[in-house]
Design a protein around this ligand. Structure first.
Ligand code: PMP
Length: 455
């Protein structure tokens, strides 16, 4: 098959493709970067330009692109079968992967339900939790609690528990009434407070809400330790632990959405393990296949699973499933991903990279004039830019500061993608020390250049 020319591809893209989270009017006025290949931690475009993948291709890639073990596992599976349904059938990779994932997760999570995206994993978590209480004769438990700034995907259920004025305001009338809690995110909500005082205040708020409304609440959903799409908002381990205690105390299920934080991104396999927290439901996606193929999993406890067991005619079945549920090819990629974690002792290898990142962020970034806050959890970083840091004054949306920094970095061979004025860094776990230095040097230089020009 001959590859079309760049000009042809650009024309077809501009004529036919609608890109996600993209103002297409802006997109259509630009020349798109057309990715042709990947190699280790680099993306390579159709002209041969190389870009360090500084956000892991939207927080997905784990061990680098075109990894030989991942490639060979997938191609071995391809020689066997690419897809068979899980409705009425099992398949070898999906069954094997279930066993391996359950062994990795906290002890109480013994069952997994497959789907194909982070959004579907959270949608399943919400539906399962909702139905669980109906089946347990508590039909009044129909509401969810989530965090201000929470993001759990783009399907309607997930949007219902998410909270983003920008992403969600058109859909408000379609969404269920959800209780919100302010997380202990000091930069926005608890300015001037110590971390301990912020956690105390946020936990108090949760305590009041849950004790007043527990009879109507099915579950509380949270992105543990790092609220990614909000703009990389970190919260302390003790807050997660407090929410676990409160939800237990008030008979509310705890759903941990580890779609972004899972598979080593925070320094441990799952963010919950930093806090020794056992959620009732846990969602993973993105890095599950090493960032290769769409696959997601919703874990649940045996307690939840067993509530759905009954003779068929009682119709307690979980009536949910997607066409590609448990796709063998994607499950083979996930098995290879887990094997690499084990064989290369990846979680041990990334500790020095996390320390390197922390050191550079503290020494070089926190003092920059327009850097208002630097937040890090493992290999997840948000650098928040502001026109003035004292008093805090944001840039105007039309200044497009975050985008300009990312564009500048691209010119120097680093691919990053901001969230508004928050510069996000989330390199693959396989990033080398030199590549980390490059990522930080280029980001630093790009921030300085763009913010100097803007002031
Ligand atoms: N939950 C979290 C925490 C996420 O960060 C995301 C995606 N960024 C999702 C859910 C949705 O995942 P997907 O885009 O695969 O549907």
């Amino acid at each position: 098959m001959t590859t079309p020319s760049y000009e042809e591809l650009k024309t077809w893209d501009h004529m036919h493709v609608w890109h996600p989270f993209t103002q297409m009017q802006e997109w259509l006025s630009e020349d798109p970067i057309m990715i042709a290949r990947g190699e280790g931690n680099y993306l390579i475009d159709i002209h041969g330009n190389r870009y360090l993948d500084g956000v892991s291709s939207l927080w997905c890639n784990v061990h680098g692109h075109t990894h030989k073990d991942l490639n060979s596992h997938i191609s071995d599976q391809l020689d066997r079968i690419a897809h068979s349904t899980m409705l009425g059938l099992a398949n070898i990779p999906a069954t094997t992967l279930a066993k391996k994932l359950v062994d990795l997760a906290s002890d109480n999570l013994t069952r997994i339900f497959y789907s194909d995206a982070g959004s579907t994993a959270t949608e399943i978590a919400l539906k399962l939790s909702y139905q669980y209480w109906q089946l347990k004769n508590s039909p009044q438990k129909v509401k969810f609690v989530s965090l201000v700034g929470g993001y759990h995907g783009d399907t309607l259920g997930a949007v219902g528990v998410g909270y983003s004025e920008l992403f969600h305001h058109y859909y408000q009338p379609l969404l269920p009434d959800t209780f919100r809690l302010s997380p202990p995110h000091i930069f926005r909500f608890y300015q001037g407070m110590t971390e301990g005082d912020a956690v105390f205040a946020a936990t108090n708020e949760a305590q009041v809400l849950l004790s007043q409304h527990h009879r109507e609440i099915a579950a509380l959903i949270i992105e543990p330790l790092m609220q990614g799409a909000a703009g990389m908002w970190t919260h302390p381990i003790s807050y997660l632990q407090a929410l676990r205690d409160l939800t237990k105390q008030h008979d509310i299920l705890l759903i941990c959405d580890e779609v972004a934080t899972g598979f080593g991104r925070t320094g441990k396999m799952f963010a919950c393990s930093h806090a020794d927290v056992q959620p009732d439901v846990m969602c993973v996606g993105k890095g599950l296949t090493g960032g290769y193929l769409p696959l997601a999993v919703t874990f649940t406890s045996e307690e939840i699973f067993s509530a759905f067991l009954a003779p068929h005619h009682e119709f307690k079945t979980f009536f949910h499933g997607h066409t590609y549920t448990g796709n063998p090819l994607a499950c083979a990629a996930a098995l290879a991903n887990l094997e690499i974690f084990e064989e290369d002792q990846v979680l041990g290898q990334i500790a020095p990279r996390i320390a390197q990142l922390k050191e550079r962020l503290q020494t070089d970034f926190t003092g920059l004039v327009h850097v208002a806050d630097v937040r890090q959890c493992g290999l997840m970083v948000g650098i928040e830019l502001m026109r003035n840091t004292k008093p805090k004054t944001s840039y105007k949306p039309e200044d497009r500061i975050g985008l300009k920094v990312a564009t500048e970095a691209r010119k120097e061979g680093v691919m990053i993608r901001p969230l508004g004025d928050v510069i996000v860094l989330m390199p693959p776990l396989s990033i080398s020390s030199d590549e980390m230095t490059l990522l930080l040097d280029v980001t630093h230089h790009s921030i300085q250049k763009v913010t100097c020009q803007a002031s």
